[in-house]
Design a binder for this molecule. Sequence first.
Ligand code: ATP
Length: 247
Amino acid sequence: MRTSPASRDTTAAALAVEDLSVHYGGVCAVRSISFTVEPGASVGIIGANGAGKTSTLKALMGLVPRSGGRVTLGGHDLTRVRARDMVRHGIGYVPEGRHVFPGLSVEKNLLLGAYARRWDDKTRATLDEVHELFPVLREMSGRPAGALSGGQQQMLAIGRALMTGPRLLLLDEPSMGLSPKLVGFILDTLRRLREEGLSLLLVEQNAKLTFGATTHCLVMENGSVAITGTSEELGRDARVRQIYLGL
Ligand code: ATP
C-alpha cells in the first residue's frame, strides 16, 4: 500500500474550530463549540439524534450560516469562504444520504468532484486511486449512479469527495443503511485513507465505525461538546456507550 499518494497534499491540515455556533431562527443547534483536528488525525463526533452533529459539519462547509465562530485550516482563515470554494482550500465533504446525481454516470459523478481542479496528471492519478480503493466504480463507470446499490452509492460519494483532492475529509454518517459487511469495508477504507495521511472528521451513529476509524472523539449533547477523549477511552466508557450509543 502506498503511504502517501503523490496526488494528495497532506501537509498543514490542522483544522481549528473556535466558538462555532449555529442557529435556525430561534433554535440554537450548535453552541459555541471549539475543537481541532491535527494533521493526519481522525476525529469522530458522536451524540444522540438532534445533538448538532450534522449542523456542525454543514457549518464548517458553509452550507448553513454560522451565527458565530472561526474556522481555520492549516492556519488559513476560512470563516468567510463560501461553500462552493471550500474544496479549493482542501476540505472534502461526504453528505448524509450521499446525494449522488442519479441520472449521471458513475464516471461523470466522479469527474464532477474534480470541478475545481485542472484535468492534469495529478487529477488523473486521483481517479486511479479512487478506482483502486473502489474497483466497482471502475467496473460500473458507464452506469447511471441511480442504478447502484446503497453501498456502491456510498463508495461513489466518498470517491467523489476524494476527487476534490482534499487534505481533510468530512463524512456525515457513511454507515447509514449499510450491511455490517459493508460497514466493515468502509471502516477499512477510512483506516487506509488515514494511514495515507488524510485527516478525517467523521459524524457517526455506528460505534464500530466511529471508534475503529478515529483516534479521538467528541460527544455532543444539546449543541455543546459534553465529553472529549481518545476513541479507545470513550469506546470503553460505560456512560458513553449507554447514553449516547444505546449499547
Ligand atoms: P441526527 O443524528 O438526528 O442527524 P444531529 O446530531 O446531526 O442529529 P442536527 O441535524 O444538527 O443534529 O440538528 C440539531 C438541531 O437543529 C435539532 O434540534 C434539529 O431539529 C435542528 N435543525 C436541524 N436542521 C434544521 C433546519 N434546517 N431548520 C430548523 N431546525 C433545524
